[in-house]
Design a protein around this ligand. Structure first.
Ligand code: TXA
Ligand code: MG
Length: 327
């Protein structure tokens, strides 16, 4: 069931026994990475000061960057936040699913201070993954979980990715194979009752617009921000050249549809048929794999991705991966 080959981090299979063990560890205050339909999360008891502080240490995450709290259902989320008007409408239609709502924390929410960072709000999410659901039910706890990668690196969509970045830093990883959505949740905040898009993600603008009657405004420049939405993120070692027609000599290739015949080096098509759902699911693994085989200082040319459906979130992640690194 468990294998302890990875520098002390236990790999647990997502069986009833593995889930029960992961829940036991979480209740003792340990860090356990677990699958969601979007990406793997680095989970901890959201009520424990020590456990949530340990998340920041393991990731090297700046203290001002708050955590998403995962709940079994809307009723559990409503013990942490009130869900007025538009928030309730979104929760009813899209939970469980790849949607995170940022709302003022209830006075009796009981969450540990590191979860909030310096904010009075909290980000809540009800994941749709069966294993995440089983784990939440087995712990009976709200679970704080950012993406299970070192701060600033590409998010993990497999247990192997988690171990690549965090082995030895986390007690266990619950392995349920690759994540189906493959890109993080869409984050919505509210100004008065007005929904504001803080991060495009696995729930599309089109789906949001169908529920809200309009596309939510974007946070850019507004009062509400997601503190973790730094310009440079998902940083591979290689440089990314976006909206390329094709690869130059010596460049690797990442694109949608058939690989251009001019590609002579490493090349990945995110979806041969141009399907954006498939492309999102494969994006982070493709970035990791290409980065690993691209020479230091090398470049990955990236073909254009349509800005509709999941293409919006894919473009957002690619732009951050391409952004100049601080320092
Ligand atoms: O799909 C996902 O959302 C994954 C899975 C594991 O749930 N989680 C995830 O967490 O992507 P993380 O921490 O990597 O990204 C969460 C983002 C960060 O940019 C953080 O700043 C923002 O959400 N955030 C968290 N709490 C917030 C709050 N109270 N107000 C504004 N932004 C918040
Ligand atoms: Mg993250």
């Amino acid at each position: 069931m468990a294998d302890r080959a990875d520098d002390g981090t236990i790999r647990l299979e997502a069986t009833a026994t593995g889930i029960a063990e992961a829940a036991r560890l979480l209740r003792t205050g340990a860090l356990v990475a677990f699958p969601t339909e979007t990406v793997y999360g680095l989970g901890a008891d959201a009520r424990s000061e020590a456990a949530t502080a340990a998340i920041f240490a393991a990731k090297g995450r700046p203290a001002h960057n708050p955590l998403i709290v995962h709940c079994t259902d809307q009723a559990a989320a409503e013990r942490l936040v009130d869900l007025p008007g538009a928030a309730a409408r979104l929760a009813e239609r899209h939970w469980p699913g790849p949607l995170t709502l940022v709302l003022p924390a209830r006075a009796d929410a009981g969450l540990a201070a590191p979860v909030h960072a310096d904010l009075s709000t909290v980000a809540v999410r009800v994941p749709a993954h069966a294993v995440a659901q089983a784990l939440l039910a087995a712990t009976g706890l709200p679970l704080a979980a950012p993406s299970a990668n070192p701060s600033g690196a590409v998010s993990p969509t497999t247990a192997d990715h988690v171990l690549e970045g965090l082995k030895g830093q986390v007690t266990a990883v619950l392995d349920a194979g690759p994540c189906a959505v493959g890109i993080e949740s869409t984050i919505i905040g509210f100004a008065e009752d007005q929904p504001i898009l803080l991060r495009p993600g696995g729930l599309t603008q089109e789906q949001l617009a169908a529920s809200l009657g309009a596309v939510p405004k974007s946070a850019a420049g507004g009062a509400i921000q997601a503190p973790g939405q730094l310009q440079s993120h998902y940083a591979p070692r290689a440089r990314l050249r976006l909206d390329a027609i094709g690869p130059e000599a010596d460049e690797a290739w990442l694109g949608l549809g058939p690989v251009p015949p001019t590609a002579t080096g490493p090349a990945v098509s995110l979806s041969e048929s141009g399907d954006l759902t498939e492309a999102a699911a494969r994006l982070f693994a493709a970035l990791r794999n290409l980065d690993a085989v691209t020479a230091p200082g090398g470049t990955i040319a990236v073909g254009p991705i349509p800005r509709r459906g999941l293409g919006l979130a894919i473009n957002d992640r690619l732009a951050r991966a391409a952004a100049p690194r601080p320092g």
